[in-house]
Ligand binder design. Sequence first.
Ligand SMILES: CC(=O)SCCNC(=O)CCNC(=O)[C@H](O)C(C)(C)COP(=O)(O)OP(=O)(O)OC[C@H]1O[C@@H](n2cnc3c(N)ncnc32)[C@H](O)[C@@H]1OP(=O)(O)O
Ligand SMILES: O=CC(=O)O
Ligand SMILES: [Mg+2]
Length: 544
Amino acid sequence: MSAVIAQWQDPHPQQRSPGDGIELTAVVAGQESLLTPAALDFLAGLHRRFEPARQARLAARRERQAYFDAGGLPDFRADTAAIRNGQWRVAPLPTALLDRRVEITGPVDPKMVINALNSGAKVYMADFEDSTSPTWANLLTGQRALRKAVAGTLDWMAPDGAKHYTLKPFEEQAVLMVRPRGWHLDEKHVRIDGAAMSGSLFDLGLFAFHNAKALAALDRGPYFYLPKLQSMEEAQLWNEVLDRVEAELGLAPGQIKVTVLIETLPAVFEMDEILHALRTRIAGLNCGRWDYVFSYLKTFRAHRDKVLPERGQVTMTQPFLRAYSELLIQTCHKRGAHAMGGMAAQIPISGDEAGNEAALAKVRADKLREVTAGHDGTWVAHPALIPLAMRIFDERMPTPHQQHVLRDDVLIIRDDLIKPCLGTVTRAGFEGNVEVCVRYLAAWLEGNGCVPIHWLMEDAATAEIARTQLWQWLHADSLFLDDGTPVDFALLERALIGLPSKLAERMKLPGGSKLDEAIAMLDRLTHADTLEEFLTLPAYERID
Ligand SMILES: CC(=O)SCCNC(=O)CCNC(=O)[C@H](O)C(C)(C)COP(=O)(O)OP(=O)(O)OC[C@H]1O[C@@H](n2cnc3c(N)ncnc32)[C@H](O)[C@@H]1OP(=O)(O)O
Ligand SMILES: O=CC(=O)O
Ligand SMILES: [Mg+2]
């Protein structure tokens, strides 16, 4: 997978200032066509209007985490009971978003964009978030690819000239949705009045600036996926941003539609409130299971009674995760929104028929669980999985969606959502987490935000689980592997020391040049007294 595109790299980067308080601290060739004075003014306007509110929301996150660290538990809010108990529905969904049974997701390099739009999935979520390492080159390459895709002119030639990629006709393409980065991430290369702007506002703002009118004319939104929200107030902030974007770009109010990922533990207690805050424009909620597990671990980082078993055992059939997905379905269907499923991590295995069949069987079981529970659609990580997921949804969901499945049988209380599952930590589980962290981080530092490791899709969310589990296990009192070995820093040392030779033959894989840096970073992150909020925050300081 090529994440950084050579022709976009400037061998002589320099600081350039477009003036009016806007400063760009990196350059890739050709960026002027995207970062026009008008586009920069638009971004600066978003920053000046919403940066104080973003900072307030980030401070609120820290305050709430301090409450959890002091022993507090998340719960449904008393002050919003009227919203939960009220009779209201979200605005009707646009035709293009009625049938979303299979959605493909992936990073935004031109080949992936073409492959995803041509893939036969109903929707393609172009991802600036979990699967993109936000180097300046990746971001602008992605924005340029999407702009050309919307215009219908995107093509791409394989570097060896073996294949020329072109888009299928518009009617045969997946519906485009874009996922900007979460509220916690800055875009350090755009400084406004001396401060870095928000990555969310940069990604969404720049995409909307160049494509919103064209997409609205095609009756295709624009449509966005909003990641990692933690509260109703964060949804309100997004709604205000989108109101402003619509007003500035001359779009009808409510033209921009969004789907919100419920992928943090605090947010699962505010799903009605989030739908309500965005009720004129929300099309659905999505079970972002990987970040959700990460958020569970992070929320309870100081709770020794909430240590989870190794990653492979924390599956969606565990009671606390089943409760999350069923409550999401019930909540969405009550309000007229779609309840989207999530991502199975298995990808096709080439050259191993039995291994491939076992991987596909896991994906099949996951999709079957989702459609049977009442989800209106699901995610796949790889185009080869689309027929499998499509078949299951076609067979089990003959209608475009199943909002009529109200799941009145579901009765979920707070403890169902927070009770940890039982299980073990094996040596393979511990060492697997170490390997995933190091290899993923190394790839990310090299500019590649999504990689296959042992035939599993690994991205920022899955790697966060591995990283957070290591920290949690190492800081728990007297934790032992299932073979009786104490989980301590000596065990980590041995795993880290053994890793370079274990990976020696794989140095040509993504991240090969950054393995030492990744090992040093993981060592620091696991030794820290406090769990770092996001892996990508310190890692972002180390990329261009
Ligand atoms: C927790 C979450 O947030 S989930 C959402 C974020 N994660 C994702 O979106 C995962 C996206 N998936 C991927 O990036 C890739 O599938 C990977 C990295 C896991 C595997 O990629 P590869 O090793 O390149 O897979 P593989 O070699 O089998 O790819 C075969 C073809 O399918 C294409 N392909 C693979 N995945 C995708 C995708 N998601 N979208 C479009 N095309 C894809 C490849 O580009 C390749 O195309 P080509 O034959 O024209 O060269
Ligand atoms: O974004 C999706 C997730 O699972 O995390
Ligand atoms: Mg996520």
